[in-house]
Design a protein around this ligand. Structure first.
Ligand SMILES: [Zn+2]
Length: 247
């Protein structure tokens, strides 16, 4: 049960009929795996920690670089050269000491045994990586272990988000992006990225997670594409491909 202090802390979101007391309690019991702690992952983690998601697990292999600071606002100049998972964990616990944060210094997809345990122990996976190989690794494991996940990507002045359910009746990431060839993809190292565009996509992913974990249903398999130059959102429904789901 939530004590008086926690009721006050989360009062503004408990007021929402979509969350209410029961949703807040569900958030407190929930655990989320955030894959990648860059622009998307660091922002998503702040939203989820602030909202009172009980357990967050962070995985990332990188350290904080000076070129991250314009958009990865969870980090401070004093965090430079520190592993992102450690720097982010410190910020999350400074924001909310009621939650548990665990870290894994490594790249998702490199150690299947470890990744399987991370996914198996969580209620939802959030993709905050920057490459197709990691997303396909997330798709394989979450599909095998029947866990929902939310994909997000941002580069230049564009971004996209889509959520996949436990069952994948709506199709899956392979239906949408069958190729694991990353050579035609965008990379903010080469293409550039504007901080607020990352913020929009991270906020969408965090919102999907909070709504799902507090008991709401999501629009699974609907790809939302954001074009910040025109302030426009396009919605594309993923179509399940037979050859993907008959094997
Ligand atoms: Zn599929």
């Amino acid at each position: 049960m939530l004590n008086d202090e926690l009721l006050e802390r989360y009062s503004r979101q408990i007021l929402l009929p979509e969350i209410d007391l029961s949703g807040q309690e569900k958030l407190r019991q929930a655990s989320v795996l955030i894959v990648g702690c860059g622009g998307l992952g660091s922002m998503i983690a702040l939203f989820l920690a602030g909202a009172g998601v009980g357990k967050l697990t962070l995985i990332d292999a990188d350290s904080v670089e000076v070129s991250n600071l314009h958009r990865q606002l969870a980090f401070r100049e004093s965090d430079l050269d520190k592993p992102k998972v450690e720097a982010l964990k410190n910020q999350l616990l400074a924001l909310n000491s009621e939650i548990a944060v665990s870290t894994c210094l490594g790249r998702f997809g490199d150690d299947v045994e470890s990744d399987t345990k991370l996914v198996g122990d969580t209620d939802m996976v959030i993709d905050a990586t920057d490459n197709l190989a990691a997303r396909h690794a997330i798709e394989r494991l979450t599909c095998a272990l029947a866990k929902p996940w939310v994909m997000g990507a941002a580069a230049r002045l564009h971004g996209q988000v889509v959520a996949f359910s436990r069952s994948r009746v709506e199709g899956c990431y392979r239906c949408m992006a069958p190729s694991e060839d990353d050579s035609r993809g965008f990379d903010c190292r080469d293409e550039g990225i504007l901080g607020p565009v990352v913020g929009v996509i991270a906020a969408w992913q965090a919102q999907d997670a909070l709504m799902f974990l507090s008991g709401q249903n999501l629009e699974w398999g609907v790809l939302r594409v954001y074009d910040s130059t025109r302030q426009r959102i396009d919605r594309l429904v993923v179509t399940p491909r037979d050859e993907c789901h008959t094997s």
